[in-house]
Design a protein around this ligand. Structure first.
Ligand code: SAH
Ligand code: SF4
Ligand code: F3S
Length: 470
């Protein structure tokens, strides 16, 4: 790979923490604690980034709110993966016209993937005058510095220079829950699937060092987290850019070997380089969930090639078979795009037949969304939105039928689950996850949150299982 891997030094991060101290003093002259609202759009990577923003804000003395009326600072951490995600962000930003009118001191920031696209940053600059600060994913590590400029000098700051990306250690994190935690192991993507904006906005693939990841994982286990999800756009490429000879399977094994009772999950795996070694490691590691999120995207080889996915339908199906021989209880989920430019009726039928052959436990289905600057945006796209919608509905119907059947098969079985939430509505007040990651609704005392339990599955539907403690 012909790019430079940049490490942000410990000194650079500690300079940011010094700025946090200055900001704390800056706000201390007021008679109340300043409040920040951080609203996250997009994937788990973005959730993990928001935890860093909150970590920095926390170091500056901020409290947190989700009410824009009372927030001194509002940050939208945005997504660019589909047009719908962008429209939601812009709608939310526009709605702040009112709060800013009432509170002109309010600072409004928009960061994340959407703003790393020059046309979007331009749009915010020109048409959303209430926005004070715009910065892309590459600048997140120096949020305190950017924020200080806006807060103390009150002029607009836009920081979206394209970069290959860096790795920064030691940024404080303020995690959302106390049971489940995200653990980023790598950033960026090198795959350049022709429909996808992520490589353009997130930069090149770069791995954190195993020692840094293991230190964070140990801290999580010591802090009592019971469910650790390892994150990367393509975790199967982990380590390829490191000097150390370590791959993703090795890393999983190292995390698995940390003493403690926890479940180890990961996402996402790219089918082009999922290995037998990975499946074997998953099968052998007692903490590792037998769950693979293996996005197939399409069932036709012509479409897969046009998408630049670097595998065929046959290779994908072989991989699924191999993974299932190592883990007969494997929970398999996927992402599928319907209506990629030029996808014909026959090609869509190949996707449908693949779905019926694999029988996924759950699927995330999307209608193709044109992204500025990607190769697919220049491909002929002769089919109408309505035609694509027909395919989308057919796929969703197939997906739902299969999920419901798969869930039905759990009825009467006993599952070891992690009880992870008490925000369920009505009598099913608790939520839990099977080891494979399926959602279970149950009844019980809130104090059970964060504990493992044996649950008998009594009922199910397309989306979830229902169970009672045994
Ligand atoms: N790195 C992950 C995917 C991240 S994006 C992977 O490769 O598996 C999550 C999902 O969004 C993708 O799997 C794809 O199904 C969907 N997606 C990405 N770009 C899209 C686009 N332009 N239109 C519609 N769906 C898209
Ligand atoms: Fe996008 Fe493909 Fe990278 Fe996933 S692997 S983030 S779909 S370019
Ligand atoms: Fe969206 Fe960026 Fe994630 S584009 S899906 S938030 S990597």
């Amino acid at each position: 790979m012909s790019y430079k891997r940049t490490e942000i030094t410990a000194d650079q991060v500690s300079e940011q923490l010094n700025i946090c101290d200055r900001m704390r003093a800056f706000y201390a002259s007021r008679n109340r604690q300043p409040l920040a609202m951080v609203d996250t759009f997009g994937c788990q990577q973005n959730e993990a980034d928001s935890e860093k923003l909150r970590g920095y804000l926390n170091a500056m003395g901020f409290g947190f709110t989700m009410d824009p009326e009372e927030a001194d600072v509002v940050i939208f951490n945005t997504c660019a993966v589909r047009e719908h995600a962008e429209q939601r962000v812009l709608g939310n930003v526009g709605a702040l016209n009112h709060t800013k009118e009432r509170n002109p001191d309010q600072i409004i920031a928009v960061c994340g993937c959407m703003v790393q696209q020059p046309h979007m940053a331009e749009k915010l600059k020109k048409s959303y005058r209430i926005v004070d600060l715009v910065f892309g994913p590459h600048e997140l590590w120096r949020f305190p510095e950017l924020f200080e400029t806006v807060a103390t000098q009150r002029h607009r700051v836009f920081e979206i220079t394209p970069k290959d990306g860096s790795v920064a250690e030691g940024i404080p994190l303020r995690r959302d829950g106390s049971v489940k935690a995200w653990l980023s192991i790598m950033y960026g993507c090198n795959n350049f699937c022709t429909y996808c904006i992520v490589p353009y906005v997130r930069g090149r693939e770069r791995s954190r060092k195993p020692a840094d990841i293991l230190r964070e994982a140990r801290q999580l286990v010591e802090a009592g987290y019971k469910d650790i999800t390892v994150l990367g756009q393509n975790v199967n490429s982990y380590g390829k850019d490191l000097e150390e000879d370590v791959d993703f399977a090795d890393l999983l094994k190292m995390i698995n070997d940390i003493p403690g009772d926890f479940v180890l999950r990961f996402m996402t795996s790219h089918p082009k380089d999922a290995t037998e070694k990975l499946f074997q490691t998953m099968a052998e590691c007692e903490k590792c969930a037998h769950h693979l999120h293996l996005p197939v995207q399409a069932g036709s080889n012509r479409v897969l090639k046009a998408m630049n996915r670097s595998y065929t339908r046959e290779k994908y199906l072989d991989e699924v078979r191999l993974a299932r021989t190592y883990m007969p209880d494997l929970v398999l989920t996927t992402d599928i795009i319907v209506g990629f430019p030029g996808e014909t009726e026959e090609e869509f039928q190949e996707t449908l037949s693949l779905v019926n052959e694999v029988r996924y436990d759950a699927m995330f289905t999307f209608i193709y969304s044109k992204r500025v600057g990607t190769p697919a945006a220049k491909m002929a796209d002769p089919f109408t939105r309505e035609e694509k919608q027909v395919h989308f509905d057919a796929l969703l119907e197939a997906a739902n039928t299969i999920s419901a059947e798969k869930h039905k098969a759990y009825e009467g079985t006993v599952q070891r689950v992690l009880i992870d939430g008490a925000d369920g509505r009505g009598e099913w007040n608790l939520t839990a996850r099977t080891k494979g990651g399926r959602l279970v609704h149950m009844k019980g005392d809130e104090s059970l949150v964060g504990t493992f339990a044996e649950v008998k599955i009594t009922d199910s539907n397309t989306w979830a299982l229902y169970g009672e403690l045994v």
